[in-house]
Design a protein around this ligand. Structure first.
Ligand SMILES: Nc1ncnc2c1ncn2[C@@H]1O[C@H](COP(=O)(O)OP(=O)(O)O)[C@@H](O)[C@H]1O
Ligand SMILES: [Mg+2]
Length: 298
């Protein structure tokens, strides 16, 4: 794995500049149409003495163009909820609504239809790629999947070049490379380039910056926000880090032991927390009310 420096990729803005820019980009999305809602969404693993209620009757409303974070410590149920939202894990109980209508993924065909609307970026970008596929194949697949199969080759190259430059990567330098030849930060940027080409309604990002260095992290977060602005999609950001959630989110949901203990705008929840759990998460972040130093984020 190479470092950003070795690949000679420039990161333009400093961390401080990006922080100001990002906080300015919070939005009030409460009047936007609903994109994804959950009603009493529940997941119980096992039974009897071995029963674990991983997600316990949670309700949520995510709007179009919203950047919403789900924040909780390890084991609080974030990944289980993500998998249900993605349609990868059946719910024990409850209902998920997509654009106000009950989501139907009862057949493979309906599932594939739903998956056109939702994309995911995971913690470990390397797990998301077939290691034998070159980078251009990864991007070409997105164009083909998104109805661009019959476009002329030149148009496809133009689209891939645009997607790469959106995330500060040079397509010409990547065409013959394999995923393992990139750094972690570059891989996550490639994931974002994929989303740029696929233009889903919803992007679910589960701890996407936890395996990369602080500088790349700021860049990735900035690019996620650019993508939200560009496509107007809903971004569901999953994190254990309440400082990070404050930094990027319009709204936050706080998750403890499978429950949402409170939710609201990032400012309301984090500057005037009501639940003891939220207060405890905040007290673990020493400087949340002051200018937030990205280098301290785990
Ligand atoms: N496949 C599974 N079988 C049994 N228990 C599980 C399974 N997946 C997760 N859990 C349990 O569900 C709870 C929530 O886990 P998870 O959703 O991974 O939390 P988080 O992503 O917030 O760390 C944990 O107690 C975990 O042990
Ligand atoms: Mg998890």
């Amino acid at each position: 794995m190479k470092t950003e420096e070795e690949m000679n990729v420039s990161e333009n803005a400093t961390v401080e500049e990006q922080e100001t820019v990002t906080l300015d980009r919070r939005r009030d999305v409460s009047n936007n149409p609903l994109c994804l809602s959950g009603r009493a969404v529940t997941k119980i693993f096992g039974s009897g003495k071995k029963e674990t209620v991983a997600v316990n009757r949670v309700n949520f409303d995510f709007h179009e163009g919203e950047l919403v974070s789900i924040v909780g410590e390890s084991g609080s149920g974030k990944t289980t909820l993500s998998k249900m939202i993605l349609g990868l894990l059946p719910m024990t109980d409850g209902e998920i609504l997509f654009r106000g209508q009950p989501r139907d993924i009862s057949t493979n065909r309906k599932k594939r239809e739903y998956w056109k609307n939702i994309q995911a970026i995971f913690q470990d970008p390397f797990s998301s790629f077939n290691v034998f596929n070159k980078i251009d194949t990864v991007l070409l697949d997105c164009i083909n999947m998104n109805g661009g199969k019959d476009l002329p080759k030149e148009k496809k190259i133009e689209m891939m070049t645009e997607a790469c430059s959106f995330v500060n990567l040079k397509f010409a330098e990547l065409t013959n490379k394999y995923p393992f030849e990139l750094s972690g930060g570059q891989m996550q940027r490639l994931m974002i380039a994929r989303v740029f080409l696929l233009k889903p309604k919803i992007l679910l990002a589960d701890e996407p910056t936890s395996m990369i260095d602080a500088c790349s992290r700021a860049t990735i977060l900035d690019m996620l926000l650019n993508l939200r602005d560009e496509i107007g999609m809903t971004v569901i950001f999953i994190t254990h880090d309440i400082g990070l959630a404050y930094y990027i989110s319009d709204n936050v949901y706080i998750m403890e032991h499978g429950f949402f203990v409170e939710h609201g705008s990032a400012d309301d929840v984090i500057l005037t927390p009501k639940a003891d759990y939220t207060k405890r998460l905040i007290s673990d972040v020493p400087k949340i009310h002051e200018a937030w130093d990205l280098s301290t984020v785990e």
